[in-house]
Write a protein that binds this ligand. Structure first.
Ligand SMILES: Nc1nc2c(ncn2[C@@H]2O[C@H](COP(=O)(O)OP(=O)(O)OP(=O)(O)O)[C@@H](O)[C@H]2O)c(=O)[nH]1
Ligand SMILES: [Mg+2]
Length: 328
């Protein structure tokens, strides 16, 4: 996952302490001008290098971040604010380099007492720059802590997104079709976690994503974070499987479920294939044919594999296979 390896972000104060104590140590090893210059260089380098490392450890949001993760990240933190913070930190890194170079010249061209004054002034100005980015570093650090735990979804692998009212059998379906691989993980993303299962067809790994609390109720009941997470799912989905429970055992009448279906269908738009599957076939006789693409019963193991085949076919995923004659 793209944000997984981000290192912890240092705080301003922490970096200043580190830079100035290293500088003091470097200064003790030398005398006169050289001591002052060495302190200046050490402090400047420690600060500017550490700040630059903070920035370069992040992916470029305008370039390297898949739309799925961009949206998801933006649901959790303010990505514009984060990008601004990162560019402020980059600015600070450059600013400190400039101070280092400016004062190195001054130190070299003055007597030892004045050199010490210049060095002290440089340190004060560096500390000032660090004060100015205190909030930015904190925002970056907090963002890092939150984004680090995003679910490990691969935007480049085909994804089947499961939707439908609570209790219709979404999790039962996901559990059933991923039983062999047993790769279901819970993530602290929404209140109820995101469930991601995997299975393989023709050597292609498919992700099957169940999002309790997201696609299981009308739009107006979602809060901002959830709405944003839904729009992330829109980028991710290669096919949506909407699960109905025509028996009504789930507690929602069929017409209410069909309303939600239209809403979810509109959310994803025409570009994403959409399948409606009536589950719990053991609990109802028939459902009007035009409203569903398939019927199944997960608990009776009826038609489940066929539904999965339909989903795989609808996702129409074409892996980039090497050409047979190896022409390239
Ligand atoms: N009779 C019958 N019951 C089923 C079938 N599939 C699932 N169930 C039952 O329906 C209940 C709800 O199933 P879940 O898989 O938890 O439903 P869900 O859609 O994941 O529910 P939420 O996670 O709350 O959104 C469970 O008691 C299942 O055993 C089925 O085909 N027939
Ligand atoms: Mg569930």
């Amino acid at each position: 996952m793209i944000f997984e390896g981000l290192p912890t972000t240092p705080r301003s104060e922490e970096l200043v302490d580190k830079a100035f104590s290293r500088a003091a140590r470097a200064g003790r090893a030398k005398r006169g001008h050289e001591a002052q210059e060495s302190m200046l260089r050490t402090a400047g380098n420690v600060l500017s290098d550490n700040l630059e490392n903070v920035v370069v450890s992040w992916p470029d949001f305008g370039f390297d971040v898949d739309p799925f993760y961009y949206e998801l990240a933006d649901a959790i933190v303010d990505v514009d604010r984060l990008r601004q913070a990162l560019s402020q930190v980059m600015w600070a890194s450059r600013q400190i380099e400039d101070l280092r170079d400016e004062y190195t010249t001054k130190v070299r061209n003055s007597d030892v007492d004045t050199a010490r004054k210049h060095r002290k002034q440089a340190f004060a100005r560096m500390a000032d720059v660090m004060d100015q980015i205190e909030d930015d570093l904190r925002y970056i650090g907090d963002s890092r802590d939150q984004l680090k735990v995003l679910p490990d979804i691969r935007p480049d692998e085909p994804a089947i997104v499961i939707a439908g009212y609570p209790n219709v059998g979404k999790s039962s379906f996901v559990n059933r079709v991923t039983r062999a691989s047993n790769e279901i993980a819970e993530y602290p993303f929404t209140t109820r976690g995101v469930q991601i299962g995997h299975f393989e067809r023709d050597h292609v790994r498919y992700q099957i994503v169940d999002t309790p609390g997201l696609l299981d109720r009308p739009e107006e009941d979602r809060n901002d974070i959830e709405r944003q997470a839904v729009s992330a799912l829109e980028h991710l989905a290669d096919v949506v499987v909407f699960v109905l429970d025509p028996s009504g055992d789930c507690g929602y009448p069929l017409d209410v479920q069909l309303e939600l279906r239209e809403e979810v269908r509109e959310l994803f738009g025409d570009a994403v294939p959409f399948l409606t599957v009536a589950n719990k076939h053991d609990r109802f006789e028939a459902v009007r044919a035009e409203s569903v693409d398939a019927t199944m019963s997960v608990t009776e193991d009826e038609n489940v594999e066929d539904v999965l085949d339909m989903a795989v076919e609808a996702a129409a995923f074409e892996p980039d296979l090497p050409t047979r004659d190896g022409g390239e």
